[in-house]
Design a protein around this ligand. Structure first.
Ligand code: AKG
Ligand code: FE2
Length: 198
């Protein structure tokens, strides 16, 4: 492979009030299918209950949190598990591709089209004011939706097997993002968001 081809580089996606860039395939010494299978097998998946407007719900996906610091959101406190060798290897590749450092990763397992993630911003104070969050996807493609908080402008990106999406600058301040349920028959998808928790 030509390392300097466009395929190997992060491509900026023009967007107002934030930074977004996409790499078609993260370079790894394993196939996407091997990475997917190992992540499914090696992860202690949890089905968490969260509190939304005072009511308890099971999250519509499975999750795991690995890294150096625990993390709290939606009334949930996630104790960090240590990085596995594969997660550490993925983190190094993501750091090299994006030029940012990460000390934690949230794994999300969307088992089928009924699994989803509500519109949100990753704007917890411990992420800092301009967090670089690197989102790595394996398995089935799903539509990633961005909605500007003020203008309500919506942008849709199809995130496919092996894609790396970098969210940075003031993106979390101005935009929401999420993954809707879909009635289309879709297979399982994994998403890993690498973050730096101060
Ligand atoms: O699954 C995705 O692509 C989005 C994940 C996400 O937004 C998050 O983990 O905060
Ligand atoms: Fe997010």
């Amino acid at each position: 492979m030509d390392l300097f081809s466009d395929e190997a580089k992060l491509q900026a996606i023009p967007i107002e009030d934030g930074e977004l860039a996409l790499l078609h395939r993260l370079s790894m010494p394993l196939s996407n299918a091997e990475i997917f299978a190992r992540l499914v097998d090696e992860t202690a998946w949890r089905h968490e209950t969260i509190v939304v407007y005072g009511k308890r719900h099971l999250q519509p996906r499975l999750t795991a949190w690995h890294g150096e610091a625990s993390y709290a959101y939606s009334g949930l406190r996630l104790e960090a598990l240590p990085m596995t060798p594969l997660l550490a290897q993925l983190r190094s590749a993501v750091e090299a591709a994006t030029g940012h450092r990460y000390n934690s990763v949230l794994l999300n397992y969307y088992r089928d089209g009924a699994d989803s993630m509500g519109m949100h911003s990753d704007d917890e104070p411990e992420l800092g004011p301009q967090p670089a969050i690197a989102s790595l996807s394996y398995g089935a493609s799903r539509t990633f939706i961005l909605r500007h908080k003020r203008s309500k402008r919506t942008l849709k990106l199809e995130l496919a097997d092996g894609n790396l999406l970098l969210m940075a600058g003031s993106l979390q301040h101005h935009w929401l993002h999420g993954i809707n349920k879909t009635a289309k028959p879709v297979g399982a998808r994994l998403n890993l968001t690498f973050r730096y928790i101060a």
